[in-house]
Design a protein around this ligand. Sequence first.
Ligand code: HEC
Length: 196
Amino acid sequence: MLYRNADCGILLRFTHVGAVFAVAVFVVGAPADSNSPSDIIKARQASMKVMAEAGKTIAGMFEGKLPYDAMTFKKSAETISRLSGDAMVIEFPATTLGPPSAAKSEIDQSREEFDALARKVASFATVISAAADKAPNGITQDMRMGSSSTMGSSLLGKRKVPAGKEDATKLPAEHALHLMLQECSSCHAKFREKVK
Ligand code: HEC
């Protein structure tokens, strides 16, 4: 025996995972390379659509158009946080930018800015998700826009905290939602162009 028992177990597990992975790649990747630019583009466009749906669900609950349900609310926020941040950053490799995708090729020259926008979406989504834990039965007053002291005063133009320096974790969820959607729009305004 070349390997001690423990090593052997790890090796076996590795081989097993490797085999399953190889089969999965073979099956999924059979018709075309699963990492081809067009597949990456399709995948990220699908992720964006899922985020848009999730954002609508949360907004709908705040607006009273949808019944509040803590689990759905949280799941939607978690969906956005999972699909934004680093997960979003890696969905835009240089070879996939420009037509036929709506992602501008400028993304590759502005990685820092692009990545920061993706990460801001994720951090606001985390704040929104956390709010659901404290509100199992309904939207609470402190989830509402303007309910925290620092943010409330900022709406009246008396900012105690400089713009951009607010502690995001103290934001009411509704405010976090608005700021998050602004990040979506800022990124689109700068890095997306309509094709066709
Ligand atoms: C860091 C930049 C960035 C952020 C942040 C971002 N997007 Fe996008 N989004 C893009 C780009 C670039 C495209 C074009 C993708 C393509 O066509 O390949 C896009 C496309 C879309 C689309 C169209 C998808 C399709 O079917 O073609 C929707 C809907 C969308 N985004 C929603 C959102 C929502 C909702 C958020 C926030 C929760 C968001 N996006 C955040 C960059 C961003």
